[in-house]
Design a protein around this ligand. Structure first.
Ligand SMILES: [Zn+2]
Length: 66
């Protein structure tokens, strides 16, 4: 018998994340989302200039889908 695993929405991308050992980054869905969230509040609280931001891979300047 397996109990249904409760899910929580990822604070970054709002994807449902299973609240179980399978999700080491919970409540985030992934390490990437965790770093993005961490980076956002670090930015707001500390204002570190020149810090590399997580999630850079979301923007690809070479993308040609115009
Ligand atoms: Zn996420």
């Amino acid at each position: 018998m397996t109990k249904p695993v409760p899910t929580v929405p990822c604070p970054t991308c709002h994807k449902p994340v299973p609240w179980s050992k399978e999700s080491p980054w919970r409540p985030f869905c992934s390490e990437r989302c965790r770093l993005i969230d961490l980076g956002e509040w670090l930015c707001e609280e500390r204002r570190i200039p020149g810090e590399p931001t997580a999630g850079e891979d979301e923007y690809d300047p070479e993308r040609q889908d115009s």
